[in-house]
Design a protein around this ligand. Structure first.
Ligand SMILES: Nc1nc2c(ncn2[C@@H]2O[C@H](COP(=O)(O)OP(=O)(O)OP(=O)(O)O)[C@@H](O)[C@H]2O)c(=O)[nH]1
Ligand SMILES: [Zn+2]
Length: 295
């Protein structure tokens, strides 16, 4: 018998599929997980033991860097937030919720602006570059941007999100031309829009681990990952250099006198759309009590 560390790629029908040494092992979990209530999630780094006959068991879940409720995933390194320049045009409120939620969950948000061939994504790109994010402007004509993005995703576990029609499937196919071969349904519009019963799954595509999340169109951090009002300011990286410099220590950076963040906004150092999103999110959570946020 040998004990190994691996990555949980899929959970299906009581079996756990673990990638370990370039091989997939079908594992049964040890009974203790059921009792402890801490069940293995796709994306978990796990310890498995492989018996001689090929039977494998999942013995231990290694500590997680993060965990999502919907879809149930662990250890997401990068959240790729896709928006398009036109049809649909960018929804800043949605994008900013996703960037904030990603940061709050200890993931790196990455912005992809598609349909750069129809209309330039430069204006949107500048907003997010100025806020400190990694930004990519893509179109089927710009393979260099896709290559640059792919290099960032290498060896990491990533999930893609964005409204319907922004071009997620197109982007994934551009990044991974052999995607349809690798995953079958994933290229088939990612199994979305129809009632599939497929489970959440990680795909190893050229060394990039991509989470596919059927059943709902995208990773939905908006509704399920609510950010505490005191934490929200830290989820806007461009605020960081001004925090602690406001007149009032309890400043919410929404309307107060002597607010350094509002000053930066007035000076044009913080983007208006970003601050608008912050205020909207702040107002949404300001009356929620801390105990109601407990997960
Ligand atoms: N010109 C142009 N068209 C694009 C680009 N990206 C996507 N499209 C088109 O936009 C439409 C929607 O693209 P999809 O890739 O299906 O979008 P999606 O985000 O996967 O959509 P859902 O499956 O509904 O979530 C398709 O007709 C694509 O051909 C792009 O960069 N340039
Ligand atoms: Zn302030």
């Amino acid at each position: 018998m040998s004990s190994n560390e691996g990555l949980l790629m899929k959970v299906l029908g009581g079996f756990y599929y673990v990638e370990c040494d370039n091989q997939i092992y079908e594992c049964k979990a040890r009974g203790s997980f059921r009792k402890s209530g801490n069940s293995p999630l796709v994306g978990d780094r796990v310890k498995i033991s492989v018996q001689k006959e090929g039977f494998a068991s999942l013995d231990e879940i290694l500590p997680r860097k993060n965990k999502l409720k919907r879809p149930p995933l662990a250890n997401i390194d990068i959240l790729v937030i896709v928006c398009s320049t036109v049809s649909p045009s960018p929804n800043y409120a949605v994008i900013d919720k996703m960037t904030a939620a990603a940061i709050n969950s200890n993931m790196q948000p990455v912005i992809v602006i598609s349909k750069d061939d129809i209309e330039s994504g430069e204006k949107v790109a500048d907003i997010y570059k100025n806020a400190g994010f990694e930004v990519f402007c893509t179109s089927p004509l710009k393979s260099d941007e896709a290559e640059r993005l792919k290099a960032l995703l290498m060896g990491k576990t990533s999930a893609f999100t964005g409204n319907s029609g922004v071009g997620k499937s197109t982007l994934l196919n551009m990044l991974f031309p052999n995607l349809s071969l690798a995953t079958g349904e994933i290229s088939d519009k990612l199994g979305r829009g129809r009632h599939t019963t497929r489970a959440v799954e990680l795909f190893n595509l050229d060394g990039c681990y991509i989470a596919d999340t059927p059943g709902f169109s995208t990773v939905d951090l908006q509704r399920y990952e609510i950010i505490d009002k005191d934490e929200l300011q830290y989820c806007f990286p461009e605020f960081k250099e001004y925090l602690g410099e406001c007149m009032f220590t309890s400043c919410s950076h929404t309307c107060e006198k002597g607010c350094r963040v509002l000053q930066a906004l007035a000076d044009g150092d913080i983007e208006k759309t970003r601050h608008n999103s912050y205020v909207a999110m702040y107002n949404e959570v300001k009356d929620i009590k801390k105990w109601q946020l407990k997960k």
